[in-house]
Design a protein around this ligand. Sequence first.
Ligand code: ASP
Length: 343
Amino acid sequence: MRHFFSSIWLLLILSLGTPLAAHPGAHDHEKEKPVATEKKWTLVIHGGAGGMARDNMSPEKDAAARAGLTRALEAGSAVLDKGGSAMDAVSAAIMVMENDEHFNAGRGAVFTYKGVNELDASIMDGKTLGAGSVTGARYTKNPILLARAVMEKSPHVMLSREGADEFSREQDLEQVSPDYFATPERWRQLEELKAKKLGWYDIDMKYGTVGAVAVDSDGNVAAGTSTGGLTGKRWGRIGDSPVIGAGNYADNRACAVSATGAGEFFIRLGVAHEICARMRMLGEEANTAADHVMKELKLLGGTGGVIVAAPDGTATFSFNTPGMYRGRATSAGEKMVAVYGDE
Ligand code: ASP
């Protein structure tokens, strides 16, 4: 009897798996159809979430953030428009924001308690589930390229501190003096934090981490995240941004996610992976999955936001802070940037 049922199952699986082969006529006909040439792609970026509101942002700061987001969207879109990969688009968009001192990544990264810049970054390819990340890097101009080199040129997923710096030199990535990352505004923020004598954690802080997720014209997704972490971090503290599954995740079977916010909470919920897992196993839409997980994060006491893109081109933002620097561009011509929650 058991044998009978397994034979039936086998037949069923074979016939479902090869419907066209069972009907050679239909197959030939399919082949003659013109191949669609339209290239569809989607790119979503963020430059951090936090207490940004219309009454506490100067017009200059607002304009600078929008200009930086626009440049990042343009860099990533140019890659996708030419038929480039989601991985290349994510890297290109993030590099622009790393080079822009208005964001907490690369140049303009926040200071540690000891007054240095320690950079974290991660990248993941949804097609292969390949991933690379670095934490506490100090000399690489574009940490996202170092994370990508870890993925592509090493047998590892995550490298830290002096080892990451050494690997970066070996890979001939552009090196800069640590002063390159430092800006007077970030130094002022460190002094302000120390003056508040809060310990090290400031819940009113704005998170300036950058991230990008993309779907390319082959339907592959990728995610990248880059940050200086939190102002005043100490004891070699590592946030969620370089932790695959927490601040970054990509899987062609579900979606690509990049996060920003209070890293400790994102790590505990495994936010980026959790969103993908809900989509893959529960069949949830991107916005349902993202909103659900961000609600859970809030219940734990965590604040921040995520960007999500699915292989079908669905793209969404979800954040539980007043604002999030964010932007989206698509092959259909959409190009938007926003800062406040009501936009
Ligand atoms: N998530 C980052 C961290 O915890 C901070 C940020 O998003 O700005 O290191």
